[in-house]
Design a protein around this ligand. Structure first.
Ligand code: SAH
Length: 467
């Protein structure tokens, strides 16, 4: 893994003084992930290049605490992209070798350190699963000319196409300390795979290195959340402090928005999910819909607002939930024309039920994980063999995302009544089999913000009969 920093400042050899490294020597440090070196392959009056090179030792990584996050399986622990792509290891090495330069001090060339000079940083390999645009969105607002080249999966086999890795060149006339701070923060943010467990201390590092630029960066929310490895409470805390530190005249308004967001946050995922289900049912052209396991009727209320749905049936095994649903929709006070559209039914999804026949579409929102797995087989027959609507929309949590929830213990489930929570592969495996057995096709969609490694917090399967 390599980072090159070069200047054409005159004399270019000042770069050695700015970095506090003698260009005629090779500087070495042992790091907890392997070894790192700084050397100068090119030193002249007109061009000086400093190279920071890291050799990441996968065996050391596995023995230490920080394996690559999100990778599972023994092989992946040893064979992965960590030795080759720019990542948080590079930031650790920048801090190790260039801490004085990052603070803006230079014993012998303070005047040059205090002057913007022409600088180029080159990262021969930077992984970015979100694509080239993200790299530009992060660096361009900071004033860099950004040249990005997508690397082929294999030069020998161009037909294999391109990889998620890029060669990146950043050029600007700027302070060296700023370039180092931008790289220090943004490389791990782009790579999105921190090599250590993120704690409260990270907020301090982020505020220190982000000072003077992050608070006004258009992508500051995304940068902060990724830097703090998507830990929501840390992210909120950091953003609040960033705002406090800036001179933004709308400070109060921003803080109020953040507060509102904090309050709404627990609702928003379920709201997003319900709206997506409504949209999907609308697009399927359904007029008669049934909400299986309707609970307290939140989806039913949304369905009632759409005229397309002429007949709506809510079914649940819990009488208390059905009573609450009736209260929520004020069923007793609805004008008769509206009241005719909706019916509530007490019943269980693990028994064949004639009353569920003849509907265009069924929604099964966050219900399957409440059933014991052996009962799923009976549920499948009730819905896909007997009721057999044209469209069935099933949602369920994505277990892979759980580790991004702050304070959630490992192996815990989101709800005490959940009997299981599936990964994306587990859900898709189940759904594909169900579709195949019962003559449906199924497509999958994520619900909520998608994390590159862990996917979205919730997942949806949309089954279509006989398509
Ligand atoms: N769909 C609602 C509720 C989800 S909670 C929503 O998204 O807000 C799960 C619901 O499934 C509960 O109301 C529970 O009573 C219901 N449920 C669990 N097992 C069931 C079964 N076998 N038959 C019908 N409903 C069931």
């Amino acid at each position: 893994m390599i980072l090159e920093i070069s200047t054409t400042h005159s004399p270019a050899t000042d770069l050695g003084f700015l970095l506090h490294k003698n260009p005629s020597r090779v500087h070495e440090a042992e790091m907890n992930f392997g070894n790192a070196w700084v050397f100068f392959p090119e030193v002249s009056e007109t061009l000086c290049v400093a190279t920071l090179m890291l050799e990441v030792d996968p065996v050391k990584l596995v023995r230490g605490r920080g394996g690559p996050a999100g990778e599972s399986g023994l092989l992946a622990q040893y064979v992965n992209d960590r030795p080759y792509t720019a990542s948080s290891f590079l930031s650790s090495a920048i801090a190790e070798f260039f801490s004085t330069a990052m603070s803006g001090r230079s014993k012998e060339r303070q005047q040059v350190a205090d002057t913007p000079i022409p600088l180029t940083a080159t990262l021969p390999v930077l992984g970015c699963r979100s694509g080239e645009k993200l790299i530009r969105d992060f660096f361009e607002p900071l004033g860099y000319q950004v040249d990005v080249e997508n690397l082929a999966l294999d030069d020998q086999f161009p037909e294999w196409g391109s990889s998620a890795y890029y060669r990146v060149n950043l050029t600007a006339t700027c302070y060296l300390k700023n370039l180092l701070a931008h790289l220090y923060v943004l490389i791990p943010v782009i790579d999105n795979n921190k090599h250590y467990w993120v704690t409260q201390d990270e907020i301090k590092k982020l505020l220190l290195r982000g000072k003077g630029w992050l608070e006004s960066h258009p992508q500051k929310e995304l940068i902060t959340s990724r830097y703090l490895a998507h830990q929501k409470s840390l992210t909120r805390e950091a953003l609040a402090q960033l705002v406090e530190e800036s001179d933004d005249p709308d400070l109060e308004a921003i803080e109020k928005d953040a507060e509102e967001e904090r309050v709404e946050r627990p609702l928003s995922l379920h709201d997003q999910r319900l709206h997506r289900v409504v949209e999907t049912l609308k697009q399927a052209g359904a007029h008669r819909v049934v909400d299986l396991g309707c609970g307290e009727g939140r989806l039913l209320s949304l369905l009632m607002k759409e005229r397309q749905f002429q007949e709506i049936l809510g079914m649940d095994v819990s009488v208390t939930s059905l009573e609450r649903a009736a209260g929520r929709m004020k069923l007793e006070r609805l004008p008769s024309k509206q009241a005719e559209r909706i019916k509530l039914l007490h019943g269980s999804l693990v028994y064949r039920d004639q009353r569920l026949s003849g509907y265009d579409a069924a929604a099964v929102v966050e219900v399957i994980e409440h059933m014991d797995q052996p009962r799923l087989a009976a549920f499948q027959r009730t819905v896909f063999e007997f009721a057999r609507p044209q469209t069935v929309v099933v949602t369920t949590p994505n277990r892979e995302y759980n580790q991004l929830f702050v304070g959630m213990p490992e192996h815990a489930m989101r709800h005490r009544d959940h009997r299981f929570e599936w990964t994306r592969a587990e859900f898709e495996g189940w759904a594909n089999t169900v579709a195949q057995v019962h003559g449906y096709t199924v497509r999958f969609e994520p619900i909520g913000p998608v994390d590159d490694t862990h996917g979205a917090p919730s997942q949806m399967g949309v089954f279509t009969r006989g398509a």
